[in-house]
Design a protein around this ligand. Sequence first.
Ligand code: F6R
Length: 247
Amino acid sequence: MMKLHIYDTREAASEAAAALIAETVQALPAPVLGLATGGTFVGVYAELVRLARTSGIDFSRATTFNLDEYAGLPRLHPQSYYSYMVTHLFGPLGLRPEQCHLPDGSAPDPADECARYDALLAQAGRIDLQLLGIGHNGHIGFNEPDHALRSGTHVVELKPETREANARFFASPEEVPTQALTMGIGSILQARAIALVAFGADKADILARALAGPITTDCPASLLQTHGDVRVFADAAAAAGLGALTR
Ligand code: F6R
């Protein structure tokens, strides 16, 4: 089942998404969160940190698993997803290192690292709430459009459009890594609940394809239509193509 939460502004949508994360953490004795990075989540995490401070939400029982990480970047590279998470969430919330998991993009053997990550996920048992952004080509995590998709954590070749979109965070486009480690579609779809967040007119077409188009590996986010509990948090600009779904 898909539930749409559409707001006039991205700030209002970010507040609603952050409130859902906070509720999940408060409701469960040992919450497991699946986390995403990217421009979309900067405001969501800022709001979550604000909520945690004002409402005293206890994150000490939470465990987190990030979706993905660039391959070949040192953990502490300013553009690594590890650095992003420390800056925007782990640091401000004071999470302990052992609570927070990301694939290690600098691991000498990426295949081993993917297996290690899947073993950790299996040990955690389930993800209670998986956060997802969406790429302009329909990727979720770094599961790029392809004729087939993988279930578990794997190394992926980033598409030129993904490298271009993410070049805004790097000093030059050539510095954007060509590969990443990403959780697979199987792991994402096993989450108990999923929150898909999308902002801006540039996401309108792909959001409509993902939510109302055919289910196809050409648009990995369309597989979310097969999941029983997906909540979509969008601003009005990103939701502009949803037409019939919103009525
Ligand atoms: C990031 C991730 C990606 C992004 C997507 C949208 O961890 O998994 O799928 O969510 O590329 O990125 P932004 O939010 O920068 O538009």
